[in-house]
Design a protein around this ligand. Structure first.
Ligand code: ZN
Length: 355
C-alpha cells in the first residue's frame, strides 16, 4: 500500500531566486581606466573581506612546530609542520623540499586541496595510503608533489574540515570519513557568527604565507598558488585578496555563480557565502588578480560548469580579461581547456611556466 500521495504540482522558489540573482552584482567591475580599476579593486577587496568574515578572524603567534622530517625515495624532503592560525586553532601541513630548488623569482607554491582527497595527503602525493592513491589517480590530485619534482618548495596544508582538521562528525577511521570533509558542519557553526568557511580558509592561507616569511629560507614575498576544484576556489580567493600570490593556477573552478551554484544548488556548503551574489560574480573576484599571472584550467565536460558548459566559463573569463586589458597585460591570463570531466591536468605546468 502506498503511504504517500503523488504531488502533481510543486510550489518552488527557484524562479524567484533566479530573478533576484539577476538584480545583484552591485559591485561589478565597471572600470574603463587603470585608475578606476585600482579604486574599484581597493573598495571591492574591503567589501569582500567583510562579506567572507575576514574582519572577524583573530590573530596570534604562529608558534610553528616541526613534527616530522622524512626523506622520500624520490629525493624530496617532506616536513610536517603545525602552526597556530587563530588562538587555539592549529593547521598541520606538509612542506615538500626538492634537493635542488629553483632560483626563479618564484620559489614557493601553496598547493591547496579540493574535496574528496583527504586534504594534504593527496596533494603531497601520499601514494602509500591506498584510499589516497585511488583519489590521486581519479583527479590527478598530487599536484603538490608534481611541483616539488619540478624544483619548487611546496606547502600542502590541511584546510579547515579536511584531513587532520575534520570536525567531530567525521572523526572516524572509515574510508569515507577519512577522504571527505566537514565543510557542512563548519558552515553551520560559522555562518550564524558572521563567518564563512571561505573566510576562515583564506585567513589560514594568509597565515601560511606569514609562516614562510617568518621561516625566511626561501623567497616569501612572491609566491605561487595552485588548486583544483575546492582548492581552485581557495586559490581564487587568496589570490584575489593577497598580492603576495604572484602566480595562480585555478583548475576546475571558474564559472558563473548562477549556473554553477544557484542552478546546481547541491554543491558543498563551503561554496555558499551569505550576501556574495548581491555584489559580485566570480569573474569580478578573478578580476582582482590583474595584472598578475594566472592560468585558468577548464574541462569541457565538467558538470560543475553548469548546464551551459564552457559558455558559463567564457563569460566570467571575459570579466577578468577586461581588467587585464586595462594593464595591457592580457598575455598574463591564460585559459587551458581539456577534454573530459572534472579533473586536474598537470600538463598545465609546462604551459604555465613557459609563458
Ligand atoms: Zn567544502
Amino acid at each position: 500500500m502506498n503511504r504517500i500521495i503523488n504531488i502533481k504540482k510543486y510550489y518552488t522558489c527557484k524562479e524567484h531566486l533566479d530573478k533576484k540573482f539577476d538584480s545583484g552584482r552591485k559591485s561589478r567591475l565597471k572600470a574603463e581606466t587603470k585608475e578606476e580599476y585600482l579604486k574599484w579593486k581597493e573598495e571591492t577587496r574591503t567589501l569582500l573581506k567583510k562579506v567572507i568574515g575576514l574582519d572577524k578572524m583573530e590573530t596570534c603567534e604562529l608558534n610553528p612546530e616541526t613534527l616530522e622530517v622524512i626523506r622520500l625515495e624520490n629525493g624530496i624532503t617532506r616536513e610536517k609542520v603545525v602552526i597556530q592560525v587563530e588562538p587555539d586553532v592549529y593547521m598541520p601541513f606538509y612542506i615538500l623540499i626538492p634537493p635542488v630548488i629553483k632560483t626563479d623569482e618564484i620559489q614557493c607554491f601553496l598547493a591547496l586541496p579540493g574535496h574528496s582527497g583527504a586534504g594534504k595527503y593527496s596533494i603531497a602525493g601520499c601514494y602509500e595510503i591506498p584510499a589516497v592513491a585511488d583519489k590521486i589517480k581519479e583527479f590527478n590530485y598530487d599536484y603538490g608533489m608534481q611541483l616539488a619534482l619540478l624544483g619548487y618548495v611546496v606547502l600542502c596544508p590541511d584546510i579547515r574540515g579536511f584531513g587532520e582538521r575534520r570536525e567531530e562528525a567525521l572523526q572516524t577511521d572509515d574510508e569515507s570519513a577519512f577522504i571527505n570533509s566537514t565543510c557542512f558542519h563548519l558552515s553551520h557553526m560559522a555562518e550564524p557568527l558572521g563567518q564563512t568557511v571561505t573566510g576562515m580558509n583564506t585567513w589560514d592561507m594568509m597565515r601560511l604565507l606569514d609562516y614562510l616569511k617568518k621561516r625566511n629560507e626561501w623567497k616569501y614575498d612572491k609566491v605561487g598558488c595552485v588548486g583544483f576544484s575546492g582548492g581552485g576556489m581557495l586559490t581564487l580567493w587568496l589570490s584575489a585578496l593577497d598580492d603576495r600570490i604572484q602566480q595562480a593556477i585555478i583548475s576546475g573552478y571558474l564559472y558563473g555563480y548562477k549556473d554553477s551554484l544557484l542552478t546546481l544548488n547541491g554543491n558543498c556548503s563551503c561554496n555558499y557565502i551569505p550576501h556574495l551574489w548581491e555584489y559580485v560574480d566570480m569573474g569580478d573576484i578573478g578580476a582582482l588578480l590583474a595584472p598578475r599571472q594566472v592560468m585558468i584550467q577548464s574541462c569541457r565536460d565538467d558538470h560543475l560548469n553548469g548546464p551551459r558548459g564552457l559558455i558559463n566559463v567564457y563569460e566570467q573569463l571575459e570579466i577578468m580579461k577586461k581588467a587585464y586589458r586595462l594593464f595591457g597585460a592580457e598575455e598574463n591570463i591564460k585559459h587551458d581547456i581539456r577534454e573530459g570531466g572534472h579533473r586536474f591536468h598537470n600538463e598545465v605546468f609546462p604551459l604555465f611556466f613557459h609563458c
